[in-house]
Design a protein around this ligand. Structure first.
Ligand SMILES: Cc1cc2nc3c(=O)[nH]c(=O)nc-3n(C[C@H](O)[C@H](O)[C@H](O)COP(=O)(O)OP(=O)(O)OC[C@H]3O[C@@H](n4cnc5c(N)ncnc54)[C@H](O)[C@@H]3O)c2cc1C
Length: 384
C-alpha cells in the first residue's frame, strides 16, 4: 500500500502547533508532517517577556518536549530542518538537497526580527529575542546585576524592561519615538505606562537612537545620537518584527507586508496556505496570538474537508507590564473620531468614539485594565 501524501506544516511555533491540534480534534488519522528549523520544543512565546516575574528560566518556559508533541499529536516531526524553497507546480517542499511531497502545505514560519546594522565592534553583546533559543542565549549571557540596554520601546521592549526590573537588573530603554508603544497606544495611555515603568526604575532615552556600540572594560558603551553615552553589560534589540516572506516571494506567491492570503488562508498557489506571524490575512498583519488561534480553527476545518473563512472578532492586545497593566484595542486605521479620556494618575480609560458616539477602540491602564473584557464586547469586530 502506498503511503498517503501528507499535509505538511512548516513551523512549530504557536501557529503550527495550534493548527495541528485543531486538525487532530477533527481527524485523528490524516497524515501530518511538521518541519521546523528549530528544536520543535513547545513553548508560549508571550511568556518570554515574563521569565523573571514568573521565576522561570528558558527551560522553565518550555511546555513540552518535541517527542511528546509528536506523540500527542500523532504526527511526524522533522526538527533542525530548514525549508529552502517551494516547488508549487510539483507540490514539493525543498529542504536543501532533499524534498518532501505535500498534499496541502501550510506556511507557519513566523516573522524575523529586524536587525539593525549598528557601527562599532559591540555586536556580540546584542541579543534579539524572538524564540526560546534566543531567550536561552540571552539568559546565559545575563549575569546577576547586569546593566541592560534595550533598543526599542514597543510592546516587547517595554515588557522586557518591566520583567528585567523585576529581576533587579538596571534597565535603560532607547527609542526614536517620543512615547512608548507609539503604534499601539494613544499618548495618554502610553505616558501612564512609561511613568509607572520609570517609578520602577527604568530609565528612558526617547527621541534618539543608538549610533555606535563599542566594547568597554566591562560590557559595552552605547553612543546615542543625542550625545549621551550609556554603559551596559548586555543589549536587547527589540526594534521590530517582519513577516518572513522571502521564500514565498521566490516561489512566486503573492506577497504584501506578509504572505498574502484570503480569509480561507489560501495563498495565490493551489494547496498552499499561510497563518500566524508570516501571513497577511485579508489585508491584516496582526502579530499576536488571538488572530492565529482564530486562523488555526478555520484552517483545520478547511484541511479536513469543510472550506471555512476566518472571522476576526475584536482583538484586544494585553500588555504585560505588571507595574501598570494595560490593554488596547486600536481603532481601525481609517476610523474617524476622537479619544475621550477618564484619568486618575496612571489609571487611564480612553475610548475612541466616532461622531455618533460609537466606541471603535479603547485603551485602559492600571485599575481600568480590568474593564478590557467588557469594552471588547462594545467594540465592533474586525470582520463583521
Ligand atoms: C517577547 C514576546 C512577547 C509577546 N507577547 C505577546 C502577547 O502578550 N500577546 C500576544 O498576543 N502576542 C504576543 N507576542 C507575539 C506572539 O508570540 C506571536 O504572534 C506568535 O507566537 C507567533 O507564532 P508563529 O507560530 O506565527 O511564529 P513563530 O513562533 O516565530 O514560529 C515560527 C516557526 O517557523 C520555523 N521556521 C522559520 N523559518 C523556517 C524555515 N525556513 N524552515 C523551517 N522552519 C522555519 C521556526 O523555527 C519556528 O518553529 C509576543 C512576542 C514576543 C517575541
Amino acid at each position: 500500500m502506498t503511503e498517503q501524501t501528507p499535509i505538511v506544516i512548516v513551523g512549530t511555533g504557536l501557529a503550527g502547533y495550534s493548527l495541528a491540534r485543531e486538525i487532530r480534534k477533527r481527524d485523528k488519522e490524516a497524515r501530518i508532517v511538521m518541519v521546523t528549523a528549530d528544536d520543535g520544543v513547545s513553548y508560549s512565546k508571550p511568556m518570554l517577556s515574563t521569565g523573571f516575574t514568573k521565576g522561570k528560566d528558558a527551560e522553565g518556559l518550555a511546555q513540552a518536549a518535541t517527542e511528546a508533541m509528536a506523540e500527542q499529536l500523532n504526527l511526524e516531526l522533522r526538527t533542525y530542518t530548514t525549508v529552502t524553497g517551494i516547488d508549487t507546480a510539483g507540490h514539493r517542499l525543498l529542504l536543501g538537497d532533499h524534498s518532501l511531497s505535500y498534499s496541502k502545505l501550510v506556511l507557519a514560519w513566523g516573522a524575523d526580527v529586524v536587525r539593525l546594522t549598528i557601527p562599532g565592534d559591540g555586536q556580540e553583546w546584542v541579543f534579539p529575542i524572538n524564540d526560546l533559543g534566543d531567550y536561552r542565549a540571552f539568559r546565559k549571557a545575563l549575569k546577576p546585576g547586569s546593566r541592560v540596554a534595550i533598543m526599542g520601546a514597543g510592546l516587547i521592549g517595554c515588557e522586557f524592561a518591566n520583567d528585567l526590573r523585576n529581576g533587579d537588573y538596571e534597565v535603560e530603554v532607547i527609542a526614536p519615538s517620543d512615547a512608548v508603544m507609539p503604534s499601539l497606544l494613544p499618548p495618554v495611555a502610553a505616558n501612564a505606562v512609561q511613568a509607572e515603568l520609570e517609578s520602577l526604575g527604568v530609565r528612558f532615552h526617547l527621541e534618539t537612537v543608538v549610533e555606535r556600540i563599542e566594547p568597554a572594560d566591562a560590557g559595552v558603551t552605547l553612543f546615542l545620537a543625542n550625545g549621551e553615552k550609556l554603559k551596559a553589560d548586555i543589549v536587547v534589540s527589540a526594534v521590530g518584527l517582519r513577516p518572513r516572506t522571502e521564500l514565498a516571494r521566490a516561489a512566486d506567491l503573492d506577497v504584501g507586508r506578509g504572505i498574502t492570503v484570503n480569509r480561507a488562508l489560501e495563498t495565490s498557489a493551489q494547496d498552499v496556505y499561510a497563518l500566524g506571524d508570516c501571513a497577511e490575512v485579508d489585508g491584516h498583519v496582526l502579530l499576536y496570538v488571538l488572530p492565529l488561534m482564530a486562523c488555526s480553527r478555520a484552517l483545520a476545518k478547511t484541511l479536513t474537508g469543510e472550506r471555512t473563512e476566518v472571522s476576526y472578532g475584536t482583538m484586544p492586545v494585553m500588555i504585560k507590564t505588571p507595574c501598570c497593566p494595560a490593554a488596547v484595542c486600536p481603532p481601525p486605521p481609517d476610523a474617524q473620531g476622537s479619544w475621550e479620556t477618564e484619568q486618575d494618575g496612571s489609571h487611564v480609560k480612553t475610548l475612541f468614539k466616532n461622531a455618533d458616539g460609537d466606541v471603535l477602540g479603547f485603551a485602559v491602564t492600571g485599575r481600568f485594565a480590568i474593564e478590557k473584557q467588557a469594552l471588547s464586547k462594545v467594540v465592533p469586530p474586525i470582520h463583521s
